[in-house]
Structure formats: structure tokens, C-alpha cells
Design a protein around this ligand. Structure first.
Ligand code: NAD
Ligand code: LMR
Length: 324
């Protein structure tokens, strides 16, 4: 048996965490040979609910679950952590954009970044889910100067998976037959789902795709899918978000050669995007790290879309300079 690793999950009494925690404990995130110590973090008023989650975790008798900690103390929660899913934050309600959450949620990520800096393992892998995820990840990263910026990522996997599913559905193929999808930029309604390089059943999607469907149906559907779910459910996505978090971390740790979309620090990127943004780029994962797929030509039309999402991230960053 491998040595147990420490996994911190914030917002652990909330909806997304309720779908994620059990999958971490069962080995779906880090592998079925990897024991885990799970550290559940939430705010003090949520401790009773969090204990309920702990009881349910115990009752699953997961063979890989070595220990469970519940806490509102960040130092205790992130102590010697190898992995962190930063989920805890307010979700948006109908009629809001995710960036409207920045004022309330941004300040959550400064103390969390500081605590990670002070007590987590230096090679910790962090995924920020709480919205607006990209700028919150930038805040956490800035407050943890002793950790490499590339150890912080923001979640674009849900947008990526939504794109895969819409294409598979449109062309009546299985998910496995859809490859090389990209989602650029921010997890917001300016994100850029890009099918320029996409393949369906081994052929360029361009052979079967109608441009009007791509521009007027596919792009806005993906950009607004989160709002579509809030409208239908009255609550924001939870199980699909948890699934995206689990697979994002799994692929980062265990590898995946498929094209993926990962929100990551833009420093040194080959596409001319401004430095010091958490921006989603096409990426692959191997040997415990991810790398950008470079050498991709970007059409003028897409470039305009990409500029819009970049500008939005620059504006979000400007509004939280006091937290960086
Ligand atoms: P929720 O309201 O069900 O749960 C949020 C939890 O976070 C609550 O238990 C709350 O007590 C806790 N919390 C609040 N402040 C905290 C803090 N400082 N430290 C630790 N915990 C704290 O919300 P949810 O549905 O689980 O969503 C969580 C976040 O994830 C929201 O911001 C939502 O918008 C976002 N989200 C992101 C994506 C994505 O793709 N990036 C997808 C879905 C949802
Ligand atoms: C999503 O994309 O489902 C989440 O970011 C929740 C939201 O606010 O849309």
C-alpha cells in the first residue's frame, strides 16, 4: 500500500463537496491504490452539517480512507496538504454573473492562500472551483509566494466537458469519438469554446459542422450553460461540477494525453495573452504536470473572442488588487 496523502476540501458542507468528497475517498481522484487523509474545511456555523458529512463518510467504510478531519481552522485544514480542492464560496443566483461574486468571494482566497503557503506541502496541487474561479485562483496563488504558481489551477473542465457533450450530442457519436476541443480564457460568459481543431470520429469537425450552428448555437450555449442550469434547478450545478473537479485533479496527477482545458497562470504562454492572469489554455497532462499545447494558429474571429475574455480577466484582476 502507498503512504496516505492529505487532501483538503473547502466548502465541505456544501453541495459540490457533497458530490466530490465520497469520490475522493473511494479512489476515483487519486487512484484505487492511494490511501487518503481527508481534511474537510468549512466555516464555523457549518460544523454541525460537516459532522454529518463525516458520519456518512465513515459509514461508507471506504478501504482507502485513512482519516477524516473536520475544521474551520485553515492552519489545521491545510497542514501538510498534498492536494486542495478550494470549493467553498457563495454560488450565484438567477440573474447574476459570476464576477458579481468577486466582492464577497475574493476575500475568502487570500487567507486560504496564506495558510497554504505556511503549512501545506510545497508541491501541493490546488484546484480552485469557487467562483469567479480564475480570479479567485489568482488571489490564492499570489498569497502563497513559496509555492510555484503552476501548482495553482482554476476549473475550466466543466466548460470543456459541456463542450464535448454538446458536440457528441449534435453529431450523434460517443464522447470518446470527440477530440481536440479547447475552451479559452475565463470561466464566465466570455469563455471561448473553440472547435477549430476538433475531431469527430477521427475526422476534422469542419467536414460536418455548420458555421451558423457553431457561432449562434454552440458558443452561447456553452458560455451560458451554468445559467441554464441555475434557471432549471434553482441551484447552480453541483454533481457535474464535482465530476469536473475530480477528473481535473485525476488527470493532472495520473496523466491524460487528450486535449484538456486548464485554467493556469498565463506567464510565458505562447499565445500573447497578458501575464499574471489565470487563463484557460489547451493542455495535456503527463508525469504529474500539465503543459500548454503551443503552435496552434488562431483565426482572427477567435482572436477577437479571446481578447474579450482576456480583457474581462484584466478587469477582474484590477478590482481585487488589494487582495493580491
Ligand atoms: P454551496 O452554497 O452549496 O456551498 C458552499 C459552501 O462553502 C458552504 O458550505 C459554505 O459554508 C462554505 N464556505 C463559505 N465560505 C467559506 C470559507 N471561507 N471557507 C470554507 N468554506 C466556506 O455552494 P456550491 O454549490 O457547493 O458552490 C460552491 C462554489 O463553486 C460557488 O462559488 C459556485 O459558484 C462555484 N462553482 C464553480 C464551478 C466551476 O466550474 N468553476 C461550477 C459550479 C459551481
Ligand atoms: C457553472 O458553470 O455551472 C458554475 O460556475 C455555476 C454558475 O454560477 O454558473
Amino acid at each position: 500500500m502507498k503512504k496516505p496523502v492529505n487532501v483538503a476540501i473547502t466548502g465541505a458542507a456544501g453541495n459540490i463537496a457533497y458530490s466530490a468528497i465520497f469520490r475522493v475517498a473511494s479512489g476515483q481522484m487519486l487512484g484505487i491504490d492511494q490511501p487518503v487523509n481527508i481534511k474537510l474545511i468549512d466555516i464555523e456555523p457549518a460544523m454541525s452539517a460537516l459532522n454529518g458529512v463525516k458520519y456518512e463518510l465513515e459509514d461508507c467504510a471506504f478501504p482507502l480512507l485513512n482519516s477524516i478531519t473536520t475544521t474551520f481552522d485553515l492552519t489545521e485544514g491545510f497542514d501538510k496538504c498534498d492536494f486542495a480542492l478550494l470549493i467553498g464560496a457563495k454560488p450565484r443566483m438567477k440573474g447574476m454573473e459570476r464576477k458579481d461574486l468577486l466582492k464577497d468571494n475574493g476575500k475568502i482566497f487570500k487567507p486560504q492562500g496564506k495558510a497554504i503557503d505556511e503549512v501545506a506541502n510545497k508541491n501541493i496541487k490546488v484546484l480552485v472551483v469557487g467562483n469567479p474561479a480564475n480570479t479567485n485562483a489568482l488571489i490564492a496563488m499570489h498569497n502563497a509566494p513559496s509555492i510555484k504558481p503552476s501548482q495553482f489551477t482554476s476549473m475550466m473542465r466543466l466548460d470543456h466537458d459541456r463542450s464535448l457533450a454538446q458536440v457528441a450530442n449534435k453529431f450523434n457519436v460517443t464522447i470518446n469519438e470527440v477530440k481536440k476541443i479547447i475552451v479559452w480564457g475565463n470561466h464566465s460568459n466570455t469563455q471561448v469554446p473553440d472547435l477549430s481543431y476538433a475531431e469527430v470520429s477521427g475526422n476534422s469537425i469542419k467536414k460536418v459542422m455548420n458555421e451558423d450552428w457553431y457561432t449562434n448555437n454552440f458558443i452561447p450555449r456553452i458560455q451560458k450553460r451554468g445559467a441554464e442550469i441555475i434557471e432549471a434547478r434553482g441551484l447552480s450545478s453541483a454533481a457535474s461540477a464535482a465530476n469536473a473537479a475530480i477528473t481535473h485533479m485525476r488527470d493532472w496527477v495520473l496523466g491524460n494525453n487528450d486535449w484538456l482545458s486548464i485554467g493556469q497562470i498565463s506567464n510565458g504562454n505562447p499565445f500573447g495573452i497578458s501575464e499574471n492572469l489565470m487563463f484557460s489554455f489547451p493542455s495535456v497532462c503527463s508525469n504529474g504536470s500539465y503543459s500548454i499545447i503551443g503552435n496552434l494558429a488562431i483565426s482572427e474571429v477567435l482572436n477577437d473572442y479571446i481578447k474579450t475574455t482576456e480583457n474581462e480577466l484584466l478587469n477582474e484582476r484590477d478590482s481585487v488588487l488589494d487582495l493580491l
